[in-house]
Design a protein around this ligand. Structure first.
Ligand code: SF4
Length: 213
């Protein structure tokens, strides 16, 4: 079964998604750190509790944790209007063959999913965050969602519309093709510098079929 990170990885590089589908082991990220701190603070717990959550749920890395905490802003004012209903909500959709976790379910003019992210774009939300909201809305029947950008303490709304539904389905179809074994094209860029699949990637040439993914 796919998970949402396979879809968002595809946007960074299709091959990264291909390798992540086949390799479950991933290192601890700033986003995971920020997400656990957010969940803890929203429930009235402190950083120590967030650290405990991380030790249980992830491969704790003190350096990554500190980096994330130093940059994070917990903006109570921006979040005050949102009534927290649930958090860390697992979703498994047999219909779409995808599973993921909603960071928080909140209520404001209706129930909506909320995701925590790092840096905000100038306006609206990043496409990868819109895809996460789309997945939650389509699989769980919501019509809008929120993204909390933790490095600036901003809350942004994202509404599900026809274009977003179509983008989500197209991306899901592309990633399902990778799941079925198609090796996609490389999308070389900044991420290659830190990509843990660099070696295997350079040893696997592109094929004619990979051009169509
Ligand atoms: S090394 Fe670059 S092109 Fe290859 S999988 Fe990683 S990000 Fe993609």
């Amino acid at each position: 079964m796919l998970n949402l990170s396979h879809l968002t990885s595809y946007l960074t590089c299709p091959r990264l998604s291909y390798y992540r589908i086949r390799n479950k082991e991933e290192s601890f990220t700033e986003l995971q750190a920020v997400r656990e701190v957010y969940i803890s603070f929203r429930r009235g717990f402190d950083l120590n509790w967030a650290e405990k959550r991380i030790e249980i749920l992830h491969n704790f890395d003190a350096e990554v944790f500190k980096k994330a905490v130093d940059k994070m802003i917990f903006n109570r004012k921006a979040l005050d209007d949102l009534r927290s209903i649930d958090w860390d909500v697992p979703v498994r959709s047999e219909k779409f063959g995808i599973s993921f976790t909603i960071d928080e379910l909140v209520e404001k003019d209706g129930v909506a999913p909320l995701y925590v992210a790092l840096k905000a774009p100038e306006k609206d939300v990043w496409f990868k965050d819109a895809i996460k909201i789309a997945a939650a809305c389509i699989c769980c029947n919501y019509s809008f969602g929120f993204v909390y950008y933790a490095y600036s303490g901003e809350l942004r709304i994202c509404k599900l519309n026809f274009g977003l539904k179509r983008s989500f389905l197209k991306l899901l179809e592309r990633v399902k093709m990778l799941e079925n074994g198609f090796l996609p094209e490389k999308k070389e860029g900044e991420y290659c510098k830190i990509c843990k699949y660099k070696e295997i990637c350079s040893s696997q040439p592109e094929t004619f079929a990979s051009k169509f993914l």
